[in-house]
Ligand binder design. Structure first.
Ligand code: ADP
Length: 263
């Protein structure tokens, strides 16, 4: 049950009385859990046939015989392959958000290398839309983190910074150690967000009106996942943004537990 208590005071500041309201929220909680279970099992069921479709498409696209097909057929196969991969990523995102708890596999990681790999894989997308990709990154940066998950954080922030800069511009990645923290920043000079929209960016499926109107692809799960990964590492994510001027997302993860002075 959810209890709400309100105290009423006289104008002179004396206590006048209080009202206590109870509401049984069991049904609401059950309905929410059932929805998460549903999303989770549907995602699992979708993954198997989708992986098989991608496997066969890869086989056909990579086959020598295929290169002898007319260009428009090769193109159609490649479009199908790209979209099947997008669908698999979406299914993976749905599973991650529905499963609730995030399990990390930490290991001593070369974070500088993860940043380089993320930049390399984002570069073709940036170049295609005329976005300048810049890096102000420490060459030596190691931390005990989950490398796959931190790559996912970098990929999500970078891909947002690029796709929400539709008219070109500049995206800068910064990575460094600062006060015992690993700090990762992704700054863009893109469309930015209004103050009202900024309140909802970490809400599942939220997308701003401008990106929906501009038909920029996305589903509104990337930042939810990014935040849960960062928080599972005991870190925090923050951002600043200005409509029409750009956004900067910042991730901070503690590198090592600092000992207190008494130790
Ligand atoms: P998606 O990009 O798939 O829509 P996200 O969860 O990554 O989902 O982002 C949620 C929304 O927040 C986006 O749809 C967009 O409206 C806004 N947003 C996120 N990153 C940026 C950015 N760098 N610049 C402007 N808007 C952004």
């Amino acid at each position: 049950a959810l209890a709400v208590c309100a105290r009423a005071m006289h104008e002179q500041g004396e206590f006048a009385g209080s009202v206590l309201a109870y509401s049984d929220v069991t049904e609401m909680v059950n309905a929410l859990n059932a929805r998460e279970d549903f999303v989770s099992s549907v995602s699992h069921e979708l993954r198997t046939p989708l992986t098989s479709i991608i496997g066969y498409l890869d086989l056909v696209v990579d086959d020598e015989e295929t290169s002898r097909l007319p260009g428009h057929l090769v193109n159609a196969l490649e479009v199908a392959q790209r979209n099947a991969e997008r669908l698999l990523l979406l299914v993976a995102d749905l599973l991650t958000t529905a499963s609730g708890t995030m399990h990390l596999q930490r290991s001593e990681t070369d974070v500088a290398e993860l940043v380089r790999v993320a930049l390399d894989s984002a570069r073709p997308r940036a170049t295609a839309i005329g976005v300048d990709l810049d890096c102000d990154c420490e060459a030596e940066l190691r931390a005990s983190v989950d490398p796959d998950r931190i790559s996912q954080v970098l990929d999500n922030l970078l891909s947002n910074a690029i796709k929400y800069s539709p008219d070109g511009g500049k995206v800068t990645v910064r990575s460094r150690k600062e006060d015992g923290n690993l700090v990762l920043e992704v700054e863009d000079t893109g469309i930015g967000m209004s103050e009202a929209d900024q309140r909802d960016v970490f809400t599942k499926f939220f997308r701003t009106g401008q990106v929906k109107k501009a038909a920029i692809p996305g589903v509104g799960l990337g930042l939810v996942i990014t935040k849960s990964i960062v928080e599972a590492h005991g870190g925090r994510i923050s951002f600043s943004s200005e409509l029409g001027a750009g956004s900067t997302f910042r991730v901070e993860i503690q590198l090592e537990t600092r000992r207190s002075r008494q130790d």
